[in-house]
Design a protein around this ligand. Structure first.
Ligand SMILES: C[S@@+](CC[C@H](N)C(=O)[O-])C[C@H]1O[C@@H](n2cnc3c(N)ncnc32)[C@H](O)[C@@H]1O
Length: 316
């Protein structure tokens, strides 16, 4: 069941809600965990790029809502996610305890524990211990795709942006098992990461795979891929940088294409042409990107009869 229309149009602290989107349920471990969100922890790697004087890890529930109206940076767009619990299974807790300090960035917050202080900038070299082309995945879920890619491409650095702590803990577990050292995680609201934390033109490749479809009309405003988000993506992608997208929700795929084709001044569609029809089922979409591994999420979508669509755009 999808969430009720509880869009935070005005400043309220984030908190768990009792209803989740259908896509939340597709992530193993989602659902039962509904504890209050706590502060994000981090460690030495996290000190990278910290804004001077910024407060650390403000827990959403700890921040008085009354402070919000005077805070110009507070998120005024509807969230593209429903906050779920942060409680971890023992295995995930162990992975978190062992690796979060090194790999999860410590991000200064302004209001909620997924916000990004507008003055915070990622210091890439401090965070990764080197400077290499940066791949950013928005909504990395359980981290399957980004860890696999990081293992296959040690020459690239990878930043996973995700709000779901159990998913991040899973990513840490996978990264440790794969022995990769070129992945960092931002537990933060993606639009704020693109707007504040990442320098203009600093991203080599951007991924948005299977974002929550918010399929009810009254929830469409929560969709991640929107004209405003395309502007943020254009801001961070380097000239020639590629934006890969995929969705299993046909109508959202069409919307994504309309949104990005309308941003033609910034993005070139690498697979233009008329949209697929019954006779030509694959035109107008990118072929399945070989860099994207089959995640448990995509497998379930396919088993349920949905057809994943890929899109690929180049930053002009
Ligand atoms: C449907 S899941 C897909 C996960 C993964 N990309 C995959 O293909 O398996 C969407 C993910 O995006 C995350 N998400 C949604 N909105 C977000 C936002 N504004 N910032 C960061 N993560 C977000 C959700 O927490 C969820 O884990």
């Amino acid at each position: 069941m999808e969430s009720s229309d509880r869009t935070p149009q005005h400043p309220v602290p984030e908190r768990p809600v009792s209803e989740r989107s259908e896509h939340d349920a597709a992530l193993p471990g989602a659902g039962a965990e509904r504890t209050p969100a706590g502060p994000t922890s981090g460690g030495p790697a996290a000190a990278a790029g910290q804004a001077p004087g910024a407060e650390q890890g403000t827990g959403a529930g700890e921040t008085p809502a009354a402070a919000a109206p005077s805070n110009p940076a507070f998120h005024r767009q509807p969230y593209s996610f429903v906050r779920r619990g942060d409680r971890l299974s023992p295995k995930r807790q162990k992975a978190w305890d062992e690796h979060a300090g090194e790999w999860v960035l410590e991000i200064p917050r302004v209001m909620t524990d997924t916000s990004v202080d507008p003055s915070y900038r990622l210091d890439h070299e401090a965070a990764f211990g080197r400077v290499a082309p940066l791949v950013v995945e928005i909504g990395s879920g359980l981290g399957e795709a980004i860890v696999a890619h990081a293992a296959a491409h040690p020459e690239l650095d990878h930043l996973a942006v995700e709000v779901y702590k159990p998913g991040i803990a899973d990513l840490l577990m996978k990264a440790a098992q794969a022995g990769v050292t070129n992945v960092r995680v931002a537990q933060a609201n993606a639009p704020e990461v693109l707007e504040h934390m990442l320098e203009p033109g600093s991203v080599h490749e951007l991924w948005v795979f299977f974002p929550d479809p918010w399929h009810k009309t009254r929830h469409h405003k929560r969709r991640l891929v929107s004209p405003a988000f395309a502007e943020l993506a254009a801001r961070v992608l380097e000239p020639g940088g590629i934006w890969h997208l995929a969705t299993d929700w046909q109508e959202y795929a069409v919307v994504m294409r309309e949104v990005l084709d309308a941003a033609a001044a910034d993005f070139e569609n690498l697979h233009p042409g008329p949209l697929a029809d019954d006779e030509h089922p694959d035109t107008g979409w990118a072929p399945r990107w070989e860099g994207r591994i089959l995640t448990s999420f995509e497998r379930k979508a396919t088993e349920a009869g949905r057809v994943p669509r890929d899109l690929a755009y180049r930053r002009r």
